[in-house]
Write a protein that binds this ligand. Sequence first.
Ligand SMILES: *Cc1c(COP(=O)(O)O)cnc(C)c1O
Length: 217
Amino acid sequence: MNISDNINSIIHNLTPSVTLVVVTKTRSISEMQEAYNFGIRDFGENKVQELMEKYDEFPDVRWHFIGKLQKNKVKYLVDKAYLIHSLDSVSLLEEVEKQYGKKNKIANMLIEINIGEETSKAGIMLNDLEELVKAIEKCKFVKINGFMAIIPKGDEKMCRYYFKRMKKLWDEFSVENYQNINMKYLSMGMTNDYNIAIEEGSNIIRVGEGIFGKRNK
Ligand SMILES: *Cc1c(COP(=O)(O)O)cnc(C)c1O
């Protein structure tokens, strides 16, 4: 199967309310071109440097930043990132507020939740979420559009368990009226579990290997 066939078979089963972000990290421009020619306009990258190198090749793409965001790189994403999926600390929030404020631009972000409470993984711990929300409410240049999660590895039952917990948290936030927070997106599900994620309420899936094949580690 080639790249176009893979994309076709994924989007064939998607309802219009679900966005496929094609995860292009480590992929060449020509591989990305095939996805682009198919009609894909949402690309996901996890390194700022790589996103910047590819940015000019695809003028009308929405770039999703999905990786760990280092504070000293935030300034490069202003004007370039359509949605930053990986807000996970107050200190990162403060840097985004500062850098976007300098250019009088709004940063659209998702809060990345460490739903499995795994110390090895990125994302904010549930215990720290309240403090982050308080800080977000004071911002002028940050809008939160939902949540992102990378769930722990496990079987289907485990996946469902964590996706359900994310959906519940997302629903709880949806009925709150926090300043600067509007629950539009729930970004969860990757190559191996995106179907389950959608069944459990995801509306952004992030798929890489399922489209381009295995990445060279
Ligand atoms: C790499 C990556 C993906 C895509 O993973 P695949 O297994 O290739 O589908 C999704 N989300 C994040 C945050 C990633 O870093």
